[in-house]
Design a protein around this ligand. Sequence first.
Ligand code: EPS
Length: 387
Amino acid sequence: MFRYLTAGESHGPALVGILDGIPAGLRLDVDRINAALARRQGGYGRGGRMKIEKDAIEFLAGLRGGTTLGSPLCVMVRNRDFENVRALMDPLTGAGKPITNPRPGHADFAGALKFRHRDLRNVLERASARETALRVALGAICAQLLERFGARIASYVTRIGPVEAPVCEEFPAPEVVDASDVRCPDEAAGARMIAEIDAAKASGDTLGGQFEVRVTGMPVGIGSNRQPAERLDGVIAGSVMGMQTVRAVEIGAGAAVAATPGSQAHDTFAIDQGQLVRGSNRAGGIEGGMSNGQDIIVRVSVKPIPTLMKALPSVNLHEGQTAPAAIVRSDVCVVPAGSIVGEAMVALALVAPFLDKYGGDSMEEVLDNFRRSQEAAAGIFPNVALS
Ligand code: EPS
């Protein structure tokens, strides 16, 4: 069974994760995992913390000579900032002045009541999106597994605050996206996004936005219509909704189909030179809860982060008085970084249903199952060539 867990506080010694169910024999390119971690650290609108950290993956278990053993992988990303705040965060002796004023939109308030914490720091340390570094590490491992079967994952930013960029018709070229400080392949829109982030920073505000994650090369039939929990769109949406700041996830045309007649909402079939083709990809690569062989398109909307330098009205929970929300060092806009985390959450979501279909204990076994299944699929309708 494929599953994963993460642990770690934002300013604790390290983030750790366990990834269980990755087959034996997957050779990992560690430089590429670290490159994904570096991409997550970037993006215009990040705060001071990213100057302190230089995220790198360390393997504690499950890997030998760069190849997975089939045993659980245990990985770590250290928090360099821990050394600066050891007195506050040491697991045995950490202590400090409590944070008392919850930030509207943050986990502070609900978490304090739920876990009966009087110091909001005990909530925010785990709620912090710092933890997404570990998810990116785990997701990059999953992406390398999926790549062995021809699937690739990429993302780009389509909106920051009021600035909207055109949607890419094709799978976005990762090097073009990476070259933009806001991960937007449209240069003019990217420049306006940067100006908007500067304006938000100057006024002590924050900005949300939207990004798209695309998967190309996914075989047909991943996910299932058998049971609600097996539907691939639900599995992906659940995983991506599990990210800090995410408020909406759409597949393909998404919410817009509610206003579209059926004649313009679906993707027609045709035969072109003996080859099965689709007229469009409004379904975003998923029909009936299963991948249909087209690109999987996931559109994600994230809120502006709740730590504002011009603090929102709140209360001091210790004193029972109205008071501004706590101000802690933070970012102005995390949408570009969020798109990298989105890639990771999609990769993490795809592996379980992928292995449900082709699974085995070793990569050799999974590749055998995959090849046999692909050959069989090509023969089901002999008069129709599937690309
Ligand atoms: C975060 C607050 C900031 C961000 C952090 C998420 O951290 P700090 O309070 O240490 O300045 O930089 O994100 C990361 C550390 C990261 O690696 O993405 C928050 O409160 O969610």
